[in-house]
Ligand binder design. Structure first.
Ligand SMILES: Nc1ncnc2c1ncn2[C@@H]1O[C@H](COP(=O)(O)OP(=O)(O)OP(=O)(O)O)[C@@H](O)[C@H]1O
Length: 231
C-alpha cells in the first residue's frame, strides 16, 4: 500500500509552472527525503499533498484515497502557530482537535528541550517554535507526517533528538531539507526535484544500485553538480 501517490501533479502561477508532471509514490512506512535546489518546487509539492494549495493539474491520493487531512500532519516551513497562545494552550488545542492525540509524545518533545509550558509562542525562539510545531504534528499520530525543512532552525543536539524521535514514530514521513547529512541517517526513500520536475524517486538502495554514488549524499550531490545526468 502506498501512503502517498501523486499523478501528473502540477501547479502553475500565471504562466510559470512551479511544479509539473509530478508523479511520486511513497510506500507506507517509508521515511522519504525531499531534496532539490532552491526553487525546485519542494514547498509547492508539500503544500499540494497537504491540501494547502489546489493543483492546476493532477491528483493526490493518501493511502489509496483522496486526501483526508485527519490522516496527515504537516509542519509548514513558516511553522504557523497562534502566537498569543502559550505552549500549554497550543498542546491543549492539539488534544482538543485530534481524537488520536498522544499527549505523552507531544509533551515529551517539548519537555526534552526545556520549553516552559507557560511561555507564550511569540516569545519563543525560532527553533523552539519549530519544536512546538513538531510536538503538535507528532501528537496527532497521523499516518503520514509531512515536514518542510523542520531541522533548519534547530541546534545540533535538537536535530539529532528530533531525527531520533522521527525514527521511533513508525509512521510514513516525507521530509524536506537541504542538510543531506541529517537525511542520510534516517531516510530510506528519496524524491529529488529539479526545475519543478521529479528527477529521481524511489528507494535509496534501488536508486544507488546502478549508480556510481554509494550514499544518498553522494547521489544528491552528483545530481546537483550535473542536473542533466539523472533525467
Ligand atoms: N505564490 C507564488 N507565486 C508565484 N511563484 C511562486 C509562488 N510560490 C512559489 N513560486 C515559485 O515556484 C517555484 C518553486 O518554489 P518552491 O517554494 O516550491 O521551491 P523550493 O524547492 O521549496 O525552494 P527552497 O529550497 O528555496 O525553499 C519557484 O520558482 C518560486 O519562485
Amino acid at each position: 500500500m502506498n501512503a502517498l501517490e501523486t499523478s501528473g501533479l502540477g501547479k502553475r502561477y500565471r504562466r510559470r509552472w512551479a511544479l509539473s508532471e509530478c508523479t511520486v509514490e511513497l510506500p507506507a512506512g517509508a521515511t522519504a527525503a525531499l531534496v532539490g535546489p532552491n526553487g525546485a518546487g519542494k514547498t509547492t509539492l508539500l503544500n499540494l499533498v497537504t491540501g494547502l494549495l489546489a493543483p492546476t493539474t493532477g491528483h493526490v491520493r493518501v493511502f489509496g484515497r483522496p486526501l483526508d487531512l485527519t490522516r496527515v500532519a504537516f509542519v509548514a516551513q513558516d511553522k504557523p502557530l497562534y502566537r498569543r497562545w502559550s505552549v500549554a494552550d497550543t498542546l491543549h488545542f492539539g488534544a482538543a482537535t485530534n481524537p488520536r492525540w498522544d499527549r505523552g509524545r507531544a509533551e515529551s518533545l517539548v519537555r526534552a528541550h526545556g520549553i516552559a509550558h507557560d511561555q507564550r509562542v511569540d516569545r519563543l525562539s525560532g527553533g523552539q517554535r519549530t519544536l512546538v510545531a513538531l510536538a503538535l504534528a507528532v501528537g496527532k499520530r497521523a499516518d503520514l507526517l509531512v515536514l518542510d525543512e523542520p531541522l533548519a532552525e534547530l541546534d545540533p543536539l535538537a536535530r539529532v533528538q528530533v531525527l531520533q524521535a522521527l525514527r521511533e514514530l513508525e509512521t510514513t514521513v516525507l521530509l524536506s531539507s537541504h542538510v543531506l547529512a541529517d537525511l542520510a541517517g534516517i531516510c530510506d526513500h528519496l524524491v529529488l526535484l529539479g526545475g519543478g520536475r521529479v528527477r529521481l524517486c524511489g528507494a535509496v538502495s534501488d536508486l544507488l544500485d546502478p549508480h556510481p554514488a554509494t550514499t544518498l549524499e553522494d547521489l544528491v550531490l552528483h545530481y546537483l553538480r550535473n542536473p542533466e545526468a539523472v533525467r
